[in-house]
Design a protein around this ligand. Structure first.
Ligand code: MG
Length: 388
């Protein structure tokens, strides 16, 4: 594999830190060119020094002086603000852009990277949920391939290597079921932020951990898969698999099913996206099937986890509906993380927002940004009736 020059957007978050751990193990394979962070100035400074980054961006402009004072003596170029991310991500010194920011706010810089023809290692699923049709079309037009980082989509992508373009008849998208998989509805209604943040299988950031607890994460992933693999939503079947060993499966027309397996560790899909189509060694835990004993599966329950049903409704409706749903989810999850609203209020707020924002069948990018603003405002308004 030829050495690759990478940009990590959101380097101080969970995915960003695990990506740098991958780089740490293969220093001869990767050059870290650009690191960006929202707020975590101290970690950004540490990372830039350890990896000899060429440039960094701190999005919170109030922290520019702190970062510049620490890094400029070491000849690291320091910038502030989201506009700088969009400017720098297209630089000639970058081959691969890992999009590891959280939420809709990652869309602008992802589009900038695609327009510059970069290879996108995509971890920011909200980008594809809100604007999947536009983003995937731009990726084809600009020759900017999107390699999935999300473990399920990486699994599907890996299963498709060597398929020679054979059409998929189904995607079996596995779900851990989250921390409340076996809980009664009445008990789920009372769960706290702390309980929801305690995910049984995966080590992830706060937003995606809450999304996993509501199963909205799986809904977002159905939409993500729909756009990444061009698969109709009715061919994407969610199956709860509590052990999280099978990361997802594809089924072909002859009924053959191919799966990708491993212990849950995000560094594996991150590394594959950065090294694709090569594979590199990784110091992760390897599978011992005799020790595993058994793997189990069951259907998801959209009565106890209504967010999953809302996501299917959004993708079937199409247009700007997934964008509306995503915006409402971001508002509701943020409120839940601040202990301002209850667990089932999250899906309540999403449902009410989906019914209350103007539907647009064929949105362009400007419409998507406008929809996100409108749906965010609407959801904040609806939230007032759902406060604890
Ligand atoms: Mg996932």
């Amino acid at each position: 594999m030829e050495k690759r020059r990478i940009a990590i957007l959101g380097s101080t978050g969970s995915i960003g830190r695990q990506a740098l751990d991958v780089v740490r193990q293969h220093r001869d394979m990767f050059d870290v060119e650009l690191l960006t962070a929202n707020n975590s100035s101290r970690l950004l400074i540490e990372q830039a020094l350890e990896f000899g980054a060429n440039s960094v961006v701190i999005c919170n402009e109030d922290k520019y002086d702190e970062v510049a004072d620490a890094l400029q003596p070491h000849y690291v170029k320091v910038f502030a603000g989201m506009d700088s991310v969009c400017d720098l991500v297209g630089g000639d010194n970058i081959d691969i852009v890992l999009t590891a920011m959280v939420g809709f706010s990652g869309l602008e810089s992802t589009i900038a990277a695609i327009k510059a023809g970069k290879t996108i290692a995509l971890a920011n699923k909200e980008t594809l949920v809100a604007a999947g049709e536009i983003v995937t079309r731009l990726s084809r037009e600009c020759n900017a391939p999107i390699i999935p980082v999300d473990s399920e989509h990486s699994a599907i992508f890996q299963c498709l290597q060597g398929a020679h373009g054979a059409p998929l008849s189904k995607i079996h998208l596995t779900a851990s079921g989250g921390p409340f998989r076996t809980w009664e509805k009445e008990k789920i209604a009372m769960v706290t932020r702390k309980e929801a943040l305690n995910h049984p299988r995966w080590n992830m950031g706060q937003k995606v951990t809450i999304d996993s607890a509501t199963m909205m994460n799986k809904g977002l992933e159905v939409i993500e898969a729909r756009w990444l693999f061009g698969t109709e939503p009715e061919k994407i079947q969610v199956v709860v698999h509590p052990q999280s060993i099978i990361h997802s499966m594809v089924e072909f027309e002859d009924g053959a099913v191919i799966a990708q397996l491993g212990h849950p560790d995000m560094r594996e899909p991150i590394q594959y996206a950065l090294s694709y189509p090569s594979r590199l060694s990784l110091d992760n835990r390897k599978l011992d099937f005799a020790e595993l004993g058994e793997l189990t599966f069951h259907a998801p329950d959209t009565d106890r986890f209504p967010a999953l049903g809302l996501a299917y409704e959004a993708i079937r409706t199409g247009g700007n509906m997934p964008c509306i749903m995503n915006a409402a989810n971001e508002v509701a999850v943020d409120a839940f993380l601040q202990d301002r609203t209850g667990f089932y209020d999250i899906s309540g707020i999403i449902g009410e927002t989906m019914a209350g924002v103007d539907f647009v069948r064929e949105p362009d990018l400007d419409t998507i940004f406008a929809t996100n603003r409108e749906a965010t405002a609407k959801a904040r308004d609806i939230l007032k009736r759902h406060l604890r």
